[in-house]
Design a binder for this molecule. Structure first.
Ligand code: SAH
Length: 283
């Protein structure tokens, strides 16, 4: 984890469940006497997230539809701190653009509350957009600092979203990962089985199908993002995205070279148990 990530020290589940009582039904005591959360219960991650966001980030309200992708807060915070390092040299107020914010609005929340940034958040999924808007509306600390915009054309990323007068310090993205609904469902089943559940339990565990896949998967999505970024080069300082597969690096480097991007860097981040990388570029 990033050295500034507050969750380098494990969170105190007992204290959290005192502050946010909805967490209590999910708290278990491990054989060595520690309090933990029973992650085999479908709503446990959602309850833990709510507890963390209310208790540690000063939100009044946070929720997502039960079948939506539920982000791990500590891992998402690593991206934010890595961005803060990258922007270290940038002077003045920071405004970010989050591509594919999900119903959780997780990155804009962490950006505003941890770093004092402003944010525009987009998603192509109408249900996620409504959820994200509700989170802004019900939190005075977010109102006026976060704006949600619907991407009506899923084939586009920045087009239709970045207006002519907009200026962004950075863009960020946790891209849809899988290439098809089938691939997403197969991975969900594996996860579910690892938790000791039976195979026929929900195939869309932790994310409604369309949140998790895009034609061509991560590789095609990030490739498009790089190519589209050229048209917005004068409006954005840093373009950034997570890349979950190291094997995609080589093809992304080819796209960057072909588009003649001025500069790019690869930054290691840890999102939960996974080692991932940020691809960042500027024109
Ligand atoms: N940022 C959230 C969700 C990531 S999942 C998190 O980290 O947990 C990827 C998201 O990208 C989904 O919500 C999906 O609906 C969205 N998405 C897919 N194509 C998109 C596009 N062209 N523009 C904006 N969002 C898109």
């Amino acid at each position: 984890m990033h050295p500034h990530n507050r969750y380098r020290r494990p969170y105190d589940i007992a204290l959290l469940s005192e502050r946010v009582p909805e967490l209590r039904p999910f708290v278990i005591v491990t054989p060595d006497g520690r309090s933990s959360v029973d992650f085999t219960q479908a709503d446990a991650v959602r309850a833990l997230n709510r507890a963390l966001l209310l208790s540690d980030f000063g939100l009044d309200f946070w929720d997502i539809p039960a079948d939506s992708l539920c982000p791990g807060v500590p891992g998402r915070l690593d991206y934010i701190h890595s961005l803060a390092d990258l922007l270290g040299e940038v002077k003045g107020p920071v405004t970010g653009l989050d591509i594919g914010t999900g119903g959780s609005l997780i990155y804009p929340i962490l950006g505003v509350r941890e770093c004092g940034w402003r944010s525009v958040a987009t998603d192509s999924d109408a249900v996620s957009v409504r959820g994200a808007e509700a989170i802004v509306r019900f939190n005075s600390v977010l109102r006026g600092r976060v704006e949600v915009r619907h991407q009506a054309q899923p084939a586009h990323i920045f087009r239709g979203i970045i207006h002519p007068t907009d200026r962004f310090t950075f863009t960020m993205c946790n891209p849809p990962f899988f290439g098809s609904a089938h691939e997403a469902a197969a991975s969900a089943r594996t996860k579910w089985l690892k938790l000791g559940k039976r195979a026929e339990t929900p195939a869309n565990f932790g994310g409604r199908g369309n949140e998790l896949w895009t034609p061509g998967g991560e590789e095609a999505f990030v490739g498009r993002m790089i190519r589209e970024s050229q048209a917005f080069r004068s409006q954005v300082t840093w373009f950034t995205t997570l890349l979950s597969r190291a094997t995609h690096l080589a093809s992304m480097r080819r796209v960057l070279a072909k588009a003649n991007v001025g500069e790019h860097r690869i930054i290691a981040v840890e999102t939960g148990h996974k080692r991932q990388r940020l691809l960042v570029w500027r024109w």
